[in-house]
Design a protein around this ligand. Structure first.
Ligand code: ZN
Length: 140
């Protein structure tokens, strides 16, 4: 699955977004190293903080299916420039690898590809915790 394919899946997922409050629909497509792709969309709630972004929706779907290693995620929104993940999503992605490609795109066809480490330099990860505290499971 190349970046263009991920963007198309993210665009389709965006159409399914539940965003009655912001009307800002976002779609995501997360590529696991297994080759499987998990789509996600933002799901808002009347209790605003209960809502979830498209990227974390895709991560939750993938992890619940047994995935924990990812190579890329596409994010599509109707933004002026390529749609960037929010800070919380950057942190969540960093949990699974700072080397994940983030394919940011918009409806106009603008695309920018960066890595999680570029979006969240110096990220706090499980490696920062002492081994006795758990320290996460993913290596470097
Ligand atoms: Zn987010």
């Amino acid at each position: 699955m190349d970046h263009a394919g991920l963007i198309e899946i993210a665009r389709a997922a965006r159409e399914r977004a539940y965003a009655p409050y912001s009307r800002f629909k976002v779609g995501a497509a997360l590529l696991a190293r297994s080759g499987r792709v998990y789509a996600g969309c933002n799901v808002e709630n009347a209790s605003y903080p209960a809502g979830i972004c498209a990227e974390r929706c895709a991560v939750a779907k993938a992890v619940s299916e047994g995935e924990s290693e990812f190579s890329a995620i596409a994010v599509v929104g109707d933004t002026e420039g390529p749609c960037a993940p929010c800070g919380i999503c950057r942190q969540v992605l960093a949990e699974f690898g700072t080397d994940i490609d983030v394919v940011m795109a918009n409806l106009k066809g603008d695309v920018k590809v960066v890595r999680v480490e570029d979006l969240l330099p110096g990220a706090f990860t499980g490696r920062d915790m002492s081994p006795t505290a758990g320290g996460g499971t993913r290596e470097g």
